[in-house]
Design a protein around this ligand. Structure first.
Ligand code: NAD
Length: 256
């Protein structure tokens, strides 16, 4: 059995990724997130698919909690083979009104946590000559949209981090890739609808068609299952030579 740690996996995309790994029955899963029922969510997936799980509510803004989550995971399962840096937040606001504390939280959660966690799992991966690091970036890791300065900066940052880790990991069979989704219907996006309506000065009912899906050629939200199945492939032995990439899963947004 391999062990996978997925941050922010008690909601949205992270939970969708966890379920695709669970379906294979080849992974123990370390769940993480701030949802107060995180333990129950993790146990429900464990029970449904008959796999061993653990839950940690480590806060991405607290490096000591991140290191403890990794240490606890290694104590329970012996090793961590795959790390998915997925936890993330968003804030939509023009630059002149963008709150300083939101900038710092977005950079801390979306980018800096990946640095701390990669550093913590690295020695074991290097020693065993196997590791897979998957960073859930965004279409906004490749292109920008107005009013998302911190988010776009964090996601471009994680794409750069991905490339660097791919180069450093190559001698040790550690691959590192970024997945760049377009819009996925999760709580993160639901929360954004009101902000987008206010900032763009349009009714909430028009946000999905006029703002969100406007840039995608395929006018559909990206299913979490697609991101999960891609992640399962990136974690497999077949993906050894696939490293340092930023893969758009964005309905053709980046083709334009
Ligand atoms: P979500 O809000 O459904 O889930 C986010 C998860 O991160 C939750 O489990 C939450 O508890 C956790 N989290 C947030 N802050 C945390 C903190 N300080 N410490 C620990 N955990 C924390 O959002 P989602 O849409 O599933 O987003 C997951 C990732 O996918 C994010 O990195 C996001 O930027 C990225 N993404 C989302 C979309 C989309 O359209 N939803 C598109 C592209 C990329």
């Amino acid at each position: 059995m391999k062990t996978i740690l997925i941050t922010g996996s008690t909601s949205g995309i992270g939970l969708g990724i966890a379920k695709e790994f669970a379906k294979t029955k080849q992974y123990n899963i370390i769940f993480n997130g701030l949802e107060t029922n995180g333990q129950e969510i993790a146990e429900a997936v464990g029970k449904e698919f008959g796999i061993a799980v653990m839950f940690s509510n480590a806060n991405m803004l607290k490096p000591e909690e991140l290191r403890k989550m990794v240490a606890d995971g290694i104590t329970k399962f012996g090793k961590i083979d795959i790390l998915v840096n997925n936890a993330g937040i968003q804030h939509v606001s023009p630059i002149d009104e963008f709150p300083d504390e939101k900038w710092n939280a977005i950079i801390g959660i979306n980018l800096t946590s990946a640095f701390y966690l990669t550093k913590a799992v690295w020695p074991g991966m290097k020693e065993r000559k196997f590791g897979r690091i998957i960073n859930i970036a965004s279409a906004h890791g490749l292109v920008a949209s107005e009013f998302k300065s911190a988010y776009v900066a964090s996601k471009h940052g994680i794409v750069g981090f991905t490339k660097t880790i791919a180069l450093e990991g190559a001698p040790f069979n550690i691959n590192c890739n970024a997945v760049c989704p377009g819009y996925v219907k999760t709580p993160l996006v639901e929360k954004q609808i009101a902000d987008q309506a206010k900032t763009h000065n349009i009714p909430e009912s028009e946000v999905v068609s006029k703002i969100m899906l406007a840039k995608q050629a395929v006018k559909e939200f990206v299913p979490v299952e697609t991101l999960g199945q891609l992640s399962v492939f990136l974690a497999s032995d077949a993906a050894t030579t696939l490293t340092g990439t930023a893969i758009p899963v964005d309905g053709g947004w980046n083709a334009q």
